[in-house]
Design a protein around this ligand. Structure first.
Ligand code: HEM
Length: 196
């Protein structure tokens, strides 16, 4: 019975951890993009994003990470055989990368608050893809374990997933370009007013 409790809370932890990581990276993008705003909006937005990032990281993301790892330890305690299986070694390797990502987010958060972050919004958008990739790999490993399927259904799902992700990327790109055009038009309009 303990195994099912550990597994349930392991999954609650995973869901909350990823929700936190996804939202945190999105906040970093908005934080960096606030540079495009004029004062006093820029200062107000940056301060607000720092508060939101800190609360999200300290109150949701980190406790969810601790819950996931603690419940995982309980699962391994009840099922020690998993520790001798290849898929679990691979899973632990990817979880190590995920933990590194988590703590790196903490570092980026501090740099953003101090105005020392060197990353632009494009780099952060790429960084934002990290947890999605890790989530897919880790869940696949835990579900299929050592027997990854290669049949037609698998390729159909892979194709559907790729088209879905490509559509999201294209839509995000369109929105970004629209926003950049809006900012450029607003700046040009302001310049014209100043000249006349
Ligand atoms: C601290 C590292 C982790 C360890 C040691 C660990 C270990 C485990 C173990 C032993 C199970 C039970 C497997 C089974 O009964 O078939 C499990 C289930 C699961 N884990 Fe993890 N896990 C870790 C982190 C993660 C992370 C980061 C994710 C998500 C990306 C994740 C997603 C899942 C899911 C979805 C299940 C349920 C699978 C099922 O019921 O078939 N785990 N984990």
């Amino acid at each position: 019975m303990a195994y099912y409790w550990f597994k349930s809370f392991h999954i609650f932890g995973v869901v909350a951890w990823f929700a936190g990581l996804f939202y945190l990276a999105r906040l970093f993008i908005y934080h960096v993009e606030a540079e495009m705003e004029v004062e006093p909006a820029q200062g107000i937005l940056k301060k607000q994003y720092s508060i939101m990032e800190k609360r999200l990281y300290n109150i949701i993301t980190t406790p969810a990470m601790v819950l996931t790892v603690a419940m995982a330890a309980g699962l391994l305690y009840t099922m020690p055989d998993y520790l001798h299986q290849g898929w679990m070694h691979a899973k632990l390797g990817f979880v190590g990368v995920l933990l590194f990502y988590h703590f790196y987010c903490g570092r980026l958060m501090k740099q953003l608050e101090a105005g020392e972050c060197k990353w632009n919004s494009k780099t952060l958008r790429l960084f934002n893809e990290g947890p999605t990739l890790l989530l897919v790999i880790i869940v696949m490993l835990v579900i299929f374990k050592g027997e990854f399927p290669t049949g037609a259904t698998t390729w159909l799902i892979v194709a559907l997933t790729i088209s879905f992700l490509a559509t999201i990327q294209l839509y995000a790109r369109k929105r970004r370009l629209d926003k950049e055009r809006e900012v450029a038009e607003a700046a040009a309009g302001k310049e014209q007013v100043l000249q006349s």
